[in-house]
Design a protein around this ligand. Structure first.
Ligand code: RTP
Ligand code: MG
Length: 137
């Protein structure tokens, strides 16, 4: 089942020079393709759309501050079961609970600064791709 997903390499990834490391892991999965890629700074409106489901939660404001603290790399990745697949490469939200070998497990310690976002379902992917790459979908 070929799918498309939205991936964001968060500002901690860019600051720490881990873009290549993380993109390399995605690229090495058989048959997956990066079909769009952009380094960009996210404004409040974009973040509100993207993380709207978390509005009102205690971590929302610090999350938005963090996500606008520096540029992110936004990517569209296409391929076999890529939605579930990139989530598996990333590991669970809390990097301390994430297994070594996963991106968050290998590089993260702080829940907020967990390196990568990946769409969590087909519906989320469709919604998020429209926000970040309106020309692509
Ligand atoms: P994401 O949406 O970024 O791919 O991450 P996720 O699905 O694994 O986690 P989610 O529950 O959607 O949370 C979104 C992001 O908010 C930050 N967060 N901080 N308790 C906290 O301090 C807390 N909880 C979540 C993380 O950056 C998380 O990825
Ligand atoms: Mg999420």
């Amino acid at each position: 089942m070929t799918q498309r997903t939205l991936v964001l390499l968060k500002p901690d990834t860019v600051r720490r020079g881990l873009i290549g490391e993380i993109i390399g892991r995605i690229e090495r999965k058989a048959g997956w393709t990066i079909s769009a890629l952009e380094l960009r700074s996210l404004d409040q409106e974009t973040l509100e759309q993207h993380y709207g489901e978390h509005k009102g939660k205690p971590f929302y404001e610090p999350l938005v501050d963090f996500m606008s603290s520096g540029p992110v790399v936004a990517l569209v990745v296409e391929g076999e079961r890529v939605i579930e697949g990139v989530r598996a490469l990333a590991g669970p939200t809390d990097p301390i609970a994430a297994a070594p070998g996963s991106i968050r497990g290998d590089f993260g310690t702080i829940v907020r600064e967990n390196l990568i976002h990946a769409s969590d379902s087909e519906e989320s992917a469709e919604r998020e791709l429209k926000i970040f790459f309106p020309g692509v979908v």
